[in-house]
Design a protein around this ligand. Sequence first.
Ligand SMILES: Cc1cc2nc3c(=O)[nH]c(=O)nc-3n(C[C@H](O)[C@H](O)[C@H](O)COP(=O)(O)O)c2cc1C
Ligand SMILES: [Mn+2]
Length: 472
Amino acid sequence: MYKDLREFIGLVDSLGALRRIAGADPRFEIGGITEVAAGLPECPALLFDDIEGHQRGYRVFTNATTNVQRAALALGLDPALRPLDALKAWMEKRKTLRPQPPVTVDSAAFLENSFRDSDVNVARFPAPIWHRHDGGPFIGSGSLVVMRDPDTGWINASIYRVQVHGPNRVTVQFDHGGRHGAIIAHKYWDRGENCPVAVVHGEDPALFIAGFEYLPDGRSEYEFAGSIKGAPIEVCAGPLTGLPIPAPAEIVFEGRLLPMSEATLPEGPFGEFTGYYAGAARPGPVMEVTAIHHRNDPILLGSPPMKPPRFHFGLPFRAATIWENLEAGGVTDIAGVWQHVSQLMTAVALRQRYDGHAKRAALVAAAHSYMARIVVVVDEDVDPSNLADVMWAVTTRCEPAEGIDILRNAWSSALDPRIPPEHKERGVTSHSKAIIDACRPFGWIDKFPKPSALSAEEARQIEVKWGAKLRE
Ligand SMILES: Cc1cc2nc3c(=O)[nH]c(=O)nc-3n(C[C@H](O)[C@H](O)[C@H](O)COP(=O)(O)O)c2cc1C
Ligand SMILES: [Mn+2]
């Protein structure tokens, strides 16, 4: 397993999936190239160097885990696995993960260069303006924000975007008050104190994944990342805050998050994963950066939100959680769960055992589908990771007048572009979800026309015997 981001980039290179780009402009061009590359069939990872206006060696790495192959690689799984098999392998691995608490070390690569107080200048690093109408450069698009709960000492380390406002001023964005970072910050602020914080850029990809995971409060993202890797994450105390910081991190900001009653700065807008700008700039909490540390020739891990289907992760991690919830709730015979359109649509495949089985699965999946307006259930012969296959089932097995239900006031978000502004102003951020039952009707399943195409297994056998001939 890779040791840090640099070793991961080396592995990506050895798979032939890395492109090196020199001379790009951090204003719109790095973001633009990243978006175009993410739309290519092989979706290469990109390492930008010789960035316009910046010293050689100050690099940006993007599209780290945007396809199945590299998402599997980051999880320590076989990168050759096919999409649904890779997600199944992750499901299996999740079941056997053993907690790996972080270990503290005395020295850290990120301490190779340090700056304090008036020497702090965030502009030393090439923070891109990712999309045309962004409110400014975002240095944190895939960076970890680390805080300590003042009551319990629990360390939270998850991904929140970080916008640059000045040499020692950045903002951190919490989507809603339930984010662990927001809960912890408010504990300090309610006591009239600043909240010590560290922002970790260029972290290990396992930490990038852990920072996206919905872990219960009190659970450590460091511990989860360690269990993915099968070895503890090494952390070193930040000289200023004492916060534990992953030792091989590329760039580290230390400082304090000021109470919002004292200071705010206009945060955003920022292109979102829906493919839209959710709204105008809003007041965001300010981090005063009082120390910067970085490795020699540092690498910023950049992960801008992009128009679907491009997404930070080539494997739908939230689908794995939905799958777990289905199984935990006793819904048997799940053949697969996937998400399309960057989480905005959920597909569940199952082998129907009884009437109502498919709808039961759909309701559980819908309950856990953040922002997804469409939840589809298909039979086990349909690959839920294949959108064309799913739509084939929808158009041939679902009678709309019978098979579509609408759920109202369900879980969405203020980022949802289709919720009217006047509703959002009233705090309404829910939407309706369509449940599409695209399974063969259980009552006459035996009479349903037989599919004419090869089964997956028959196709595989043809591939083994004749595939090379077809590719000559
Ligand atoms: C690339 C990326 C960017 C994200 N940006 C934000 C963000 O700006 N604000 C936010 O609240 N959540 C953001 N998220 C989602 C959170 O990281 C995610 O929901 C996580 O589980 C929150 O952790 P927490 O439970 O410790 O608060 C982002 C996720 C990714 C992968
Ligand atoms: Mn957390």
